[in-house]
Design a protein around this ligand. Structure first.
Ligand code: ZN
Length: 282
């Protein structure tokens, strides 16, 4: 073998060793574990706080049963109404071509617990329950201070928010302490299709839920249903809408429920249950 041939063989051998070594590196490379970050050389170093990202829904979490439902809850009145007579007495359209006061002060229990605090507390609790089921819930007011929207704005809140349904939460203030019980009010005569049968179906589900929760139906209104033409909150609605009078604030037994956290929790659960039932059937 010539010297030239020998050096060629040596060179080939060296190449083969290199090739085997390279193959070994590739085959022997440990795959990245699931928790190990892939570091790219082109990635810039993190020198500042990353921009906040919107939370993405957990894909392992099932959407709630009410994921397609958007509810507007209207806690009646507001905490600052009594101190703002000019504002709440200002006239707004009543939805039937007439006019009426923007809002009213509302009622209170004999010991002074106000309707606006009751409605706001129950609405917040009902919202929490419905949101846990996946629903979107809009409140017509987000606090219990100052004056809230006028009744015309509250009545339009469901269509304004693109919601499916409007439930306005109140408690009645009949002067006679013997008068008791929940009732629902619907617009009569209805001004559009939503105020007709769909609102009555909603009222029926809410009343059934209040009854199932053990509350007493109204001693004043047969079937616990009242029909009225003068409520702006109902007249302006273009979605199924009901105004609920959950209790009589001057009735001692119901005042005790209203004033207790447990009572308000039960009212909120019944309201949520009625809406859930309505959503299942509509
Ligand atoms: Zn009221």
């Amino acid at each position: 073998m010539s010297a030239r041939a020998r050096s060629l063989l040596v060179a080939l051998g060296a190449l083969a060793v290199l090739a085997v070594a390279a193959l070994g590196l590739v085959l022997g490379a440990r795959p990245l574990g699931p928790d190990e970050p892939v570091v790219r050389a082109t990635e810039p170093p993190l020198t500042s706080t990353p921009a906040p990202t919107t939370p993405t829904p957990d894909p392992t979490e099932e959407p709630g049963p009410l994921a397609d439902l958007h509810v507007v809850l209207d806690p009646g009145h507001n905490g600052g109404n009594a101190a703002a007579p000019a504002e709440i007495n200002a006239l707004v359209g009543d939805g039937r071509g007439g006019s009426k006061a923007c809002n009213t002060v509302g009622s209170s229990t004999t010991s002074g617990y106000p309707e606006h605090a009751f409605t706001f507390d129950v609405a917040q609790r009902a919202r929490e329950i419905l949101v846990a089921d996946g629903a979107t819930v809009t409140l017509t007011r987000e606090d219990d201070t100052g004056v809230g929207p006028c009744v015309d704005e509250r009545g339009q809140a469901a269509q304004t928010a693109g919601a499916d349904v409007l439930v306005s939460i109140h408690a009645d203030g009949a002067a006679d302490p013997a008068v008791r019980g929940y009732f629902a009010i619907v617009s009569e005569p209805p001004l559009n299709d939503a105020q007709a049968e769909p609102s009555r179906a909603l009222a029926a589900d809410l009343l059934a839920a209040l009854g199932a929760a053990g509350f007493a139906p109204s001693s004043s209104y047969p079937g616990a249903l009242s029909e009225r033409a003068d409520l702006g909150t109902l007249n302006w609605a273009e979605r199924p809408a009901v105004l609920l009078e959950l209790a009589e604030m001057r009735n001692p037994g119901e005042a005790a429920l209203i004033e207790s956290e447990e009572g308000r929790r039960r009212y909120a659960e019944a309201v949520a249950a009625g809406i859930r039932e309505w959503a299942a059937g509509s």
